[in-house]
Design a protein around this ligand. Structure first.
Ligand code: IFM
Length: 484
């Protein structure tokens, strides 16, 4: 990542910025985090239904059984999006609602729900951006091996065919996967996410099978979608800073190692058709990568219309000196057990970031977003980009008059939109921006303790209240001018 010449306020608090006419302003959610209705209308069990019931895995024993009850409050939530002035809504489809066992029989009630959602969006002039997989793998597929097993990619291809045929006449953008880094490394390496396995070799097999599933799904969606959808995948990029260790060594080596695992393990095969040599070398003691079969890389390397970019904060790494206690604060502390960094966990340490921080403990660094977008443009000059997630958790309180003033979130968004605007000014082909999240929701290992919404959800009454940040964002979405 290169340092950029900064213009405007050094703290990224510009106002009055005008975004392009065709810039998409959206907001995002994910099925398990908002839908609820976990046992209704034929939905099967997902790995998160199972994982969230294991004592100690999720804060307070919370589950997604009810979540925001979005499944039953669909019309109310669609009206809310329209009232805010959103141009697009990024949602995910719960695979176990469509195929309760992950293979075989289709559950028509599941298709009907998403069909109603898509129609409801279109009626309100909101573009449907649909993600096939945001982490809720059908439990029977995990029982058969999960993402480390190649057969899961066969099942995913079939699921993509079903969804392409069902919604491909109306969906504006198909996204195959959300943050495969989390599915692979947190699910099968570190173990803080479902299914909670800590098997470094399996995590790398999962990386490959998720990449392969993406390629096969793009082919299947293209074959079955009768409209003119765009195709994409969303990655959570790690924007890395390197520090020398106590011996004054290794800042760039630490960055290179984590960049290989976190970023290039995905962009390599997806956008260049190859895994980086240094990734294969760094992980050689963990796996021989024999799960990569002939032809896989061609399948993975499908042209995509837009690359989804999720960004929240930066990370600082250094080579462990082997003497001081090794720090492992990589921003994913919840229920941690194994390692999210196969082959590098004993070599690299994550260093506490200077504040300010959000309620997740993540440092606030809008310049990291600008830097990331510029770096992606440099690496992949012809690839259009979309910020598919950015936002912040803070401990909101409801004022006496019932409003939810959330100045910290509003400020976070202003500064990150400023960063995006600067990237646009520098010529980055950035097509839009989705704020995470529309609603306060189930924040995985943190349950309902962390609130990311621009709309507050009272988890007792399920009442929705637009926060100040939601009003601010609505004005930006409607006018394209950054409000003061
Ligand atoms: O809530 C998650 C989302 O599911 C994926 N990206 C990061 C968000 C905040 O942690």
């Amino acid at each position: 990542m290169t340092t950029t010449q900064r213009q405007g306020n050094p703290d990224y608090r510009d106002s009055g910025l005008v975004f392009p006419e065709d810039f998409t302003f959206g907001s995002a959610t994910a099925s398990y985090q908002v839908e609820g209705a976990a046992h209704e209308d034929g939905r099967g069990a997902s790995i998160w239904d199972t994982f969230s019931r294991i004592p100690g895995k999720v804060w307070n024993g919370d589950t997604g059984d009810v979540a925001c009850d979005h499944y039953h409050r669909l019309d109310e939530d669609l009206d809310l999006m329209q009232q805010l002035g959103l141009g697009a809504y990024r949602f995910s489809i719960a695979w176990p609602r469509i195929q309760p066992t992950g293979t075989g029989a289709i559950n028509q009630a599941g298709i009907d729900f998403y069909s109603r959602l898509v129609d409801g969006l279109l009626e309100r002039g909101i573009r449907p951006v649909a993600t096939l997989y945001h982490w809720d793998l059908p439990q029977p597929l995990e029982d058969a091996g999960g993402w480390p097993a190649r057969a899961t990619t066969d099942a995913f291809e079939r699921y993509a065919e079903i969804m392409g045929a069902a919604l491909g006449d109306r969906v504006h953008t198909w996204t195959t996967l959300n943050e495969p880094w989390c599915s692979a490394y947190l699910g099968y390496g570190q173990g803080g996410h479902a299914p909670g396995r800590s098997e470094p070799a399996a995590a790398l097999a999962a990386v490959h099978h998720l990449n392969l599933a993406h390629g096969r799904a793009v082919q299947a969606l293209r074959a079955t979608s009768t409209g003119d959808p765009q195709y994409s995948i969303t990655l959570n990029f790690h924007v890395l800073r390197g520090l020398p260790n106590s011996r004054g060594e290794g800042a760039s080596e630490a960055v290179r190692r984590i960049d290989a695992l976190a970023n290039r393990a995905f962009t390599g095969p997806l956008l260049r058709g190859a895994y980086p040599d240094d990734l294969l070398e760094d992980t050689a003691s963990v796996t021989d990568w024999s799960f990569v079969h002939e032809g896989d890389l061609e399948t993975i390397n499908q042209p995509i219309d837009v690359l989804g970019v999720n960004y929240y904060s930066t990370a600082t790494v250094r080579l462990w000196d082997g003497v001081s206690p090794r720090q492992q604060n990589d921003g994913h502390k919840a229920a941690a057990g194994g390692t999210a960094w196969p082959g590098s966990s004993e070599v690299v340490e994550f260093v506490e970031q200077p504040g300010p921080h959000t309620a997740m403990g993540w440092n606030i660094a809008p310049e990291g977003l600008e830097e990331l977008l510029l770096s992606l443009r440099e690496q992949f000059p012809d690839q259009p980009l979309m910020v598919t997630e950015n936002g912040a958790a803070f401990d909101d309180t409801v004022a006496a008059d019932g409003t939810v003033p959330d100045p910290e979130r509003l400020d976070y968004l202003r500064r990150h939109f400023t960063a995006a605007h600067r990237a646009l000014q520098a010529g980055v082909d950035l097509r839009g921006y989705f704020v995470w999240s529309l609603l306060d929701n189930f924040e995985w290992g943190y349950g309902y303790a962390k609130r990311f919404g621009i709309v507050r959800v009272d988890f007792d009454t399920l009442e929705r209240t637009v926060k100040d940040s939601g009003r601010w964002y609505g004005e930006l979405a409607r006018t394209r001018v950054m409000p003061a």
